[in-house]
Design a protein around this ligand. Structure first.
Ligand SMILES: [Zn+2]
Length: 299
């Protein structure tokens, strides 16, 4: 009898340990991420400088506020090949227990000149939906050891050709602000999401991503059971992670740059075909769960 009493206590303790262990694992909801994507891509088009982009920024800020993040709208102007343009970065902050910081980012603007009702569902709706759901989950469980800066970046798309005055406006602006505030050394990781909603999800991490963060990403994908959908790409990509790297921060770009009607094709990208029906809740779920695991591991 004594043995069974001890056994009972052991069982109970292990159950408590098991469940408290479960509580530590954050739960990402792919359906909620999809709803956030859907709400954003109703605002068409969202090319930088347009009324749609401004409405999208206001919408994103109100969602962040609803989840309890401290928000800021950083409105700035820059010269572009189309003249002086205004941009809006939407920022949400979750303070941490230390001064270390993780930046989670997605652009929310769409490529200009595609169509008057261009959704940009995958590019930039999908990553924005995942980022918003990440903000919800993280806000619910904050504070963590690290703080989080959730950044919806404007002006990623170029007007004509990427250069110092064309494209990556929002990321250059935010990286510069972090650098100027002497905060770059506090940044543990910059995790950029782009085009993550394709049904046939194959994340191919550009080689110009931080090696340590790529390892962390692959470990998190392994622990989440989806390692086969993540690989190292064959080349470099110019995306929003680059300005952060130039400013001295470790950054990784999580992108599936193959979005088309058949494997290997990219024929939906930057066309009116980039619509919500091409996206998959499961893909948003997969990416979101991996990022959550990754940031948990970075605590
Ligand atoms: Zn694009």
């Amino acid at each position: 009898m004594r043995f069974s009493a001890v056994w009972n206590i052991l069982l109970r303790c292990s159950a408590i340990l098991f469940f408290s262990g479960c509580e530590k694992t954050l739960q990402f909801d792919g359906e909620k991420a999809f709803s956030e994507t859907e709400a954003l891509v109703k605002i068409v088009p969202r090319n930088a400088g347009s009324g749609g982009a401004r409405r999208a920024a206001v919408h994103l800020e109100s969602r962040l506020k609803a989840f309890g993040l401290k928000t800021a709208m950083d409105t700035f102007s820059e010269e572009t090949p189309s003249g002086k343009m205004f941009f809006n970065n939407v920022l949400g902050h979750l303070p941490g227990k230390t001064n270390r910081l993780i930046v989670l980012a997605s652009h929310f603007d769409t490529k200009s000149g595609i169509a008057p009702d261009f959704q940009g569902a995958n590019d930039s709706g999908s990553s924005s939906g995942v980022l918003m759901e990440l903000a919800r989950v993280l806000a619910e469980h904050a504070p963590f050891k690290t703080g989080f800066l959730v950044a919806f970046l404007d002006g990623e798309e170029c007007r004509t050709e990427y250069g110092p005055h064309d494209g990556l406006h929002g990321s250059r602006r935010l990286a510069q602000r972090i650098f100027d505030a002497d905060d770059a050394k506090r940044v543990e990781a910059v995790i950029v999401l782009d085009m993550v909603g394709d049904n046939d999800l194959k994340i191919s991490v550009p080689r110009n991503s931080h090696r340590g963060l790529v390892k962390e990403l692959f470990a998190a994908a392994h622990e989440t059971g989806v390692r086969s959908q993540f690989s190292l790409g064959t080349g470099s990509v110019l995306d929003d992670h680059v300005p952060f790297q130039i400013a001295g921060m470790p950054a990784v770009d999580i992108i599936d740059f193959e979005y088309g009607s058949a494997p290997g094709l990219n024929d939906y990208w930057h066309t009116p075909e980039d619509t919500l029906d091409k996206l998959s809740v499961q893909s948003l779920q997969t990416v979101g769960a991996v990022i959550l695991r990754m940031v948990e591991n970075l605590q």
